[in-house]
Design a protein around this ligand. Structure first.
Ligand code: HEM
Length: 404
């Protein structure tokens, strides 16, 4: 059966109107079929988007049919080297397939174990306390600029062992690298390489116990280590994969807690309710929409739709997480529901390496924020909040709050 395909092209997926109303749009399209055509606004290429939970999971998990590295496609011509900096953006493990991906992932997995994440808790609490102290005198502040944005960038900086003096330079790059704008992306990648090189040299000469040192000295079972280019890519990846996603999760959580009846009272009364709230926000209004593009490596059919070699396909994590075939009454926020099938952190070999860290950071942040300011409220109407004009990220640009 071939399903009819209403065009996603009928709306601009990154327009502010579409982003503010993305769940309704996806719901209407998913009702017509799990896969839709659209023009990727970044590359201008035609692509598919997978909107059902089943189709999105299959694309994420089947690393034979759906691959990340287009140069492995049958008949692919060798790519000419791109502008300096591009190798950092496209050379990381999210852009690789097994077995290359497996080698890189093993080298970093240990740095995100529960023991390491627990060991970071005190640093996280200190950063949170300092950020909340800084707005203590103010009745109004921007939850994003003053709290959610600086928290993950300060933490990843500390994890990598970079001094606080580099923060002003680092802060803008996370957003630049995710911007759909190549010159800004290259500028950020090259800036980070220049900044981090002396620190890599120093860790090579004298190991410390930070993440950068771990990466510089990590060895595979065969004794292989990361090349300098791989070290640049890995640092950039950790920095950008863990930044804006965490900002969005924290701000989407605060937005939900301030909008949904009874949630604030529950999290203030019971610490367990805070963890459950985070899990449900991850499903209901997760921080990431489209996962990275996959390329179809063999002629295939996915849920009745024929796909050709080289077709591009993006799984929508937001749409999958509101699929009524998996989550009953999916547009209802329900802290008590079973949301273990959520795809907010992806699935399969590329599933998020930093999920434990992100959950811990956001839990500590919400706990401290609402214990200190239990009467916090939105300072503007929810409908006036500007959503990010992005196909990958799902979060608001600013979140004005007031009260204590
Ligand atoms: C709420 C916060 C976060 C969310 C929602 C999130 C989401 C995701 C998703 C959906 C993927 C899979 C992408 C794909 O398959 O195309 C991913 C991968 C990844 N994430 Fe996260 N992430 C978060 C926080 C973090 C943090 C804090 C770090 C590290 C500091 C991190 C590091 C990574 C890395 C390195 C990958 C690539 C894994 C691989 O290719 O094997 N993420 N993340």
């Amino acid at each position: 059966m071939t399903v009819s395909l209403p065009a996603l092209d009928r709306f601009d997926i990154v327009s502010p109107e579409a982003r503010a109303d993305i769940h309704r749009r996806y719901r209407e399209m998913r009702a017509h079929g799990p896969l839709h055509r659209f023009t990727d606004p970044f590359s201008g290429n035609p692509a598919w988007v997978a909107l059902s939970h089943e189709a999105a999971s299959e694309v994420l998990r089947d690393t034979t049919t759906f691959i990340r590295d287009a140069s492995l496609l049958p008949g692919a011509k060798p790519r000419p080297p791109g502008p300096r900096g591009l190798e950092m953006i496209t050379g990381d493990m999210v852009h690789r397939d097994p077995p290359e991906h497996t080698r890189l992932r093993r080298l970093v997995n240990r740095a995100f174990s529960s023991r390491v994440v627990d060991g970071l808790r005190d640093s996280v609490r200190t950063i949170i306390r300092e950020l909340l102290d800084a707005v203590d005198e103010r009745d109004d502040f921007d939850l994003i600029a003053d709290f959610a944005f600086p928290l993950p960038v300060r933490l990843i900086c500390e994890m990598l062992g970079l001094p606080a003096s580099v923060l002003p330079r680092l802060a803008g790059w996370g957003t630049d690298v995710l911007a759909d704008d190549l010159p800004r992306m290259l500028n950020a990648a090259n800036g980070l390489r220049e900044l981090i090189d002396p620190y890599i040299d120093a860790r090579e000469a004298a190991p410390t116990d930070d993440l950068l040192s771990h990466l510089v000295h990590a060895r595979t079972v065969n004794g292989e280590r990361l090349s300098r280019t791989e070290l640049h890519s890995m640092s950039l990846l950790l920095f950008l994969a863990g930044h804006e996603t965490t900002v969005n999760l924290l701000s989407n959580c605060v937005l939900t807690i301030l909008s949904e009846d009874g949630v604030r009272e529950r999290i203030l009364a019971d610490k367990g309710a805070c963890a459950a709230t985070i899990e449900e926000v991850l499903r209901y209004d997760g921080p990431a929409d489209l996962a990275s593009v996959r390329y179809v490596s063999v002629d295939a059919e996915l849920h009745g739709v024929p796909l050709a070699i080289g077709d591009r396909i993006f799984p929508s994590l937001l749409a999958a997480n509101r699929d009524p075939a998996v989550f009953a009454d999916p547009d209802r926020f329900d802290v008590d529901r079973d949301n273990r099938a959520s795809l907010a952190f992806g699935a399969g070999v590329h599933s998020c390496v930093g999920s434990r860290l992100a959950r811990m950071e956001v839990h500590e942040a919400l706990d401290a924020l609402f214990r200190r300011r239990p009467g916090l409220a939105l300072a503007v109407d929810r409908s006036a909040l500007p959503w990010k004009p992005s196909r990958m990220m799902h979060g608001v640009l600013a979140l004005p709050v007031r009260g204590r």
